[in-house]
Design a protein around this ligand. Structure first.
Ligand SMILES: [Zn+2]
Length: 296
């Protein structure tokens, strides 16, 4: 057994048991081992989906995950995430810039930057969502390699959130984003971490929710260091963010089930902010953003 990312031969089993298959409460038919590399820290499972391209291009993926693939439902479920994404990027980098979102779904985030951006490039395998974005006048492509034919070296800001954990080859995924960037261009690639505090406190109850057939990877700081080296990216950093508050943890501890952004009266804004900030400072948070720049 070798690390699926870096090839290191020191690999351990980080978890073995049932994992999620699509929506919450639905599990894959067999117990699945999740492996972890001793060198780069990457966690992964071997391929469970046979044809990624067909899966993400069809409507089955959203249907499996969210019970709907209608564009209005996409906005209803994802518009709320745009503020969080702007926290990762800031708002000042988009004006008069060519901006791309890789794996943008219905383009909820792009809608918020399209009025200031010079040009918007939307990369999304789902045909239904592409059609909706074409109507908005975005430059639309199914995959980054298609966008590269027109936009190689021409994109000033690339964002991609909650996508890299789905792809078969994260190294190729980042390499292609790097090729899209213009000199001085910046990229933000965000992905969920293995949420170490939740795993420690909840064990398999949480791990069977965290690990899923659709996420062959859980990438961390060491994974991105390796990817950056391999892609020849010299300017980069990883920043940690906590998306879920203390209420989410308490709900999990009480009910052993996800409570989204659950609030309790006794959790003050200050307490919650402190909890999140501590997790971020100590690199124990539930989200990581790999930021990198192409030299001018
Ligand atoms: Zn590795």
């Amino acid at each position: 057994m070798k690390c699926r990312l870096c090839g290191c031969e020191e690999v351990r089993i980080a978890y073995q048991g049932r994992i999620r298959d699509g929506r919450v409460g639905k599990y894959y038919k067999d117990a699945v081992p999740m492996y972890q590399c001793a060198r780069c820290g990457t966690v992964w499972h071997e391929d469970l989906k046979e044809d990624y391209a067909a899966f993400y291009g069809s409507e089955d993926y959203r249907q499996d995950l969210e019970g709907t693939s209608a564009i209005e439902d996409f906005y209803r479920m994802h518009d709320g995430e745009s503020l969080e994404k702007l926290r990762y990027t800031g708002t000042e980098i988009f004006r008069n810039q060519v901006t791309a979102d890789i794996g943008c779904g219905g383009g909820a985030f792009l809608d918020y930057v399209s009025t200031v951006a010079k040009r918007v490039v939307a990369v999304e395998p789902s045909r239904t969502y592409r059609r909706a974005m074409e109507e908005k006048g975005f430059a639309v492509f199914p995959y980054t390699e298609d966008a590269l034919k027109e936009y190689r070296g021409k994109v000033d800001v690339v964002v991609s959130f909650d996508v890299i954990e789905h792809v078969q080859d994260p190294l190729k995924f980042v390499a292609e984003i790097f090729q899209l960037l213009s000199g001085g261009g910046r990229a933000f690639v965000g992905t969920p971490t293995d949420a170490p505090v939740m795993r420690e406190l909840l064990g398999p109850d949480y791990e069977s929710f965290l690990f899923s057939t659709q996420h062959p990877w859980v990438l961390g700081k060491g994974s991105f260091r390796y990817i950056a080296e391999q892609c020849g990216i010299r300017e980069y950093r990883c920043r940690f963010y906590q998306r879920y508050g203390l209420g989410n943890l308490i709900y999990w501890l009480l009910k052993r089930a996800p409570g989204r952004h659950k609030e309790y009266d006794f959790i003050t804004k200050g307490l919650d902010a402190h909890w999140r900030a501590d997790l971020e400072t100590n690199e124990l948070s539930d989200y990581i953003v790999f930021e990198f720049t192409k030299e001018p």
